[in-house]
Structure formats: C-alpha cells, structure tokens
Ligand binder design. Structure first.
Ligand SMILES: [Zn+2]
Length: 421
C-alpha cells in the first residue's frame, strides 16, 4: 500500500539535486548532495507542479492564494463548514533532505487516495495545503505562507520580502507561475493536521514508529557583538589585552553549562546553543578585536527560556567588566512555545490504536507551520523517525516502513476528524 507514496517521494527526490538523481534507499544518499529547492526557484516549481498534478488526478479542486500557498479541496457530504485542513511545505533548506516537508504533502495526497479507494465519505470538507516558504531559505521570515494564512503577516508585506538576489516574493512567484488570486482565511477551518519527520533522534533511538506532538518549542535568539581591541599577538602583554574571543568563549561556556544544569536540576527540555561566531580579523597572530555571535535558546516552557535568557544577559554584563570589552546585544527575537490541541492529540492517539500502531507523545524542538495554524484552529502533528536524528542535511532519511505507519495514522486521523459532528 505504501508504493504510491514511496513512488512520489522517490520521483520528487531528484528535484533540486545535482545531478538530478532518484534516491530509493539510505545507501544511495551522498553526504554532499542533498536537495535545494527554496521558494521561487525552478526546482521549487518542479516539485509544486508535481504535487498539483497528483492532486488534480484524485479529483481535488486546486487553488492558489496570493502568496503561493496551494490548496486542494474535497467538499464534505454533510457540512460545508468546519473544514479539516492538512499538509506541509515543499520548499527546502540549501542542501537539505528529501523528506522535510515533502513527506507531509505527499502523505496528505496519499491519505486522500486511500479514502477514495475505500469509497470513504467525508462529512466535513477535507483540504490539503502546501505552505509557501516554510524554511526561510529564500525569503525571511520562515513560516511565511502559514503566517499570511493565519493573519499574522499581511499579503503585501509578504510579497515585498526580498531574496538574496533582491527579487521580491511577488516577482519570484510570478516567475514560477504560483502567484494566485485566492484570498483564503481560516474562518471556515476547524482542524489542522501535519505529518512531518521528527528531525531529532528520539523516535529512532527508542524504535517507535510514530510520535504525537503535544508542544512545539519556543525560540529566543540573542544576536550580539563583542568589541575588544585588535592588537599584535606577540607584543601585547597578557594583562593589557581586550580579547573579544576570550570574552566570547566565556559566553559560550556559560550558555552550555547553564542549559545542562537546568536539564539536570529542573528536568526541563531546555537547550542553549551558540552556533554562530565570526571572529575579526581572524588571524593566528592577532588578538581578536571583534566577535559577532548568536545565542539560541529553546524550551516548551516559556519561563525556562526567559530565565536562561535573563541569566545569560546578566553573565554577559559580568564578562564585559571582567575583560574590559564592550558587548552590544540586539533585541532578542522570539517565538513563544505552542501548545497543540489536546482534542487533536487524542484523536491521533485513538486513530493510532485503531490501526494498531505504537506511538509516543513528545515535543517538537523545531518550528513548524502547525504553530501558526494552532493560533487559529485546533492543530496536531504526527512525527515519524529521522534515522540518526539527522535533518536539514543530505543524510536525512526515514525508513519506508515508518512512512507507511505514519500515513496510516494520518489517514485514520483525517477520517475520524472529518466525521465529527
Ligand atoms: Zn519542515
């Protein structure tokens, strides 16, 4: 039964890969050659076109909205309100994997095929959605299409965003033929479901095929610049230095140590990372005069994120004094944590029992369009394992048996949601 979905994913795995190569198994992955299909590129058009023809093939009415979100709708037999919407995204990061987003879109299409094959009659309307620009790999912010759909970002604002070539989203969508005219909101939508790869190691490690997401983590980013004094590494005495990189190393250590302590002492799911560091002038014989860096803090509990942020800011003040450097922090950027709908969580749970598939309740450490949807409708997410926890990289993989189990749970969930009164 998995074969059509598997065929779709294998067929689309060549889009955005150089050279274009269909990938059928883990052993065919090349650690250097992933897929690259940011919004508005030719490769993005290829995979969109493929999805649209699959949707039309199964009788869905396909419409495109003003920011390029794609909708494929099947009317309900008993109600024309309370739509059950489901889907994901088709854009990718640079050199990413073939399942991130695509699994949720082609899994959604496969779920409709299975319902059609069974002659299943949905009472509520069913509607697939393909969100524009989830990754933010061409146009910032990420989660762009769902932000517009959920009313958090205006159409005009979104269309004026520019990619690295200075092209606006509006122009890019015109170029690939996806600047539609539909104006869609969520007033008639009641439920949303998204199947996605976990992008972390938990399900793979525990050997559980399906995860039911209860919370999506919040994120705080603190960008900062440390200004010291660039100088000669041979002639500047130790006590006369203002070494920006030594100050940076204390900040890195603090964030890592404190996040570890919070996990140990509070049992929290806090993570703290410094993943960006630019050293100036970056010479082996020069005392570093400037460092640009960024702190990433995540947790499903907002108070934990806030306390790590506040402690980090305080530590930064102390480090500034200790090394005589000047540390400028920019206004932190944040996404608050999202609690997904407990009603949808229990429908997914019951659906998995009906099809006899083992699940685990869990949180998502990555951001998803579901978090925007959850602000307006009852939303839930189904995770399938990522081999070795890898994603956003060419070695991203999910085993076909797990994909089959995920789509069985998704299909049963949609059937149950669509029959609710
Ligand atoms: Zn994704």
């Amino acid at each position: 039964m998995v074969n059509r979905l598997k065929a779709d994913l294998i067929e689309t795995s060549r889009f955005g890969r150089t050279p274009p190569k269909r990938t059928e198994g883990y052993d065919q992955l090349d650690p250097e050659k992933g897929v690259t299909r940011p919004t508005g590129t030719e490769e993005n058009k290829q995979i969109r076109d493929f999805a649209v023809s699959r949707m039309k093939e199964i009788g869905l009415e396909v419409k495109i909205d003003k920011v390029g979100n794609i909708f494929g709708r099947k009317e309900g037999s008993k109600r024309n309100k309370g739509t059950v919407m489901f889907g994901s995204h088709l854009d990718s990061v640079i050199n990413g994997g073939m399942f991130d987003g695509a699994l949720g879109v082609f899994g959604a299409i496969e779920a409709v095929r299975r319902m059609n094959d069974e002659g299943f009659e949905n009472k509520r309307p069913l509607e697939i959605v393909v969100f524009t620009g989830e990754e933010g790999s061409a146009f910032i912010p990420s989660l762009l299409g769902s932000s517009v759909l959920a009313g958090k970002l205006s159409v005009d604002e979104a269309l004026s965003k520019k990619n690295a070539m200075g092209q606006t989203l509006g122009k890019a969508l015109e170029y690939i033929g996806y600047k539609g005219s539909l104006e869609r909101g969520l007033d008639d939508v009641e439920y949303f479901a998204e199947m996605h790869i976990e992008q972390g190691p938990i399900l793979d490690k525990e050997g559980i095929p399906v995860g039911i997401v209860e919370n999506i983590t919040g994120i705080i980013w603190i960008p900062l610049t440390i200004l010291g004094q660039e100088n000669h590494a041979g002639t500047t005495p130790m006590r006369m230095r203002k070494d920006a990189l030594v100050a940076a190393s204390d900040i890195i250590s603090f964030v890592n140590k404190r996040a570890n302590e919070m996990v140990e002492k509070l049992g929290s799911s806090t993570v703290g990372t410094v993943g960006r560091l630019n050293v100036f002038p970056n010479g082996i014989n020069i005392v570093p005069g400037k460092v640009e860096m960024g702190i990433d803090i995540r947790d499903v509990a907002p108070q934990n994120m806030e306390s790590l942020k506040n402690e980090a800011l305080k530590a930064i003040k102390d480090i500034e004094n200790k090394y005589g450097v000047d540390i400028r922090t920019e206004l932190p950027f944040r996404h608050i944590p999202t609690v997904l709908s407990s009603e949808v969580v229990s429908v997914i749970d019951n659906s998995a029992s009906q099809v006899d598939i083992m699940t685990k309740r869990m949180n998502s450490g990555a951001g998803h369009d579901s978090q925007n949807m959850a602000g307006k409708v009852k939303a839930g997410m189904i995770f399938v394992p990522s081999v070795n926890g890898i994603s956003h990289a060419p070695l991203e993989w999910t085993n076909w048996e797990d994909i089959e189990k995920g789509v069985q749970v998704l299909t049963q969930t949609l059937k149950n949601l669509s029959q609710l009164n």
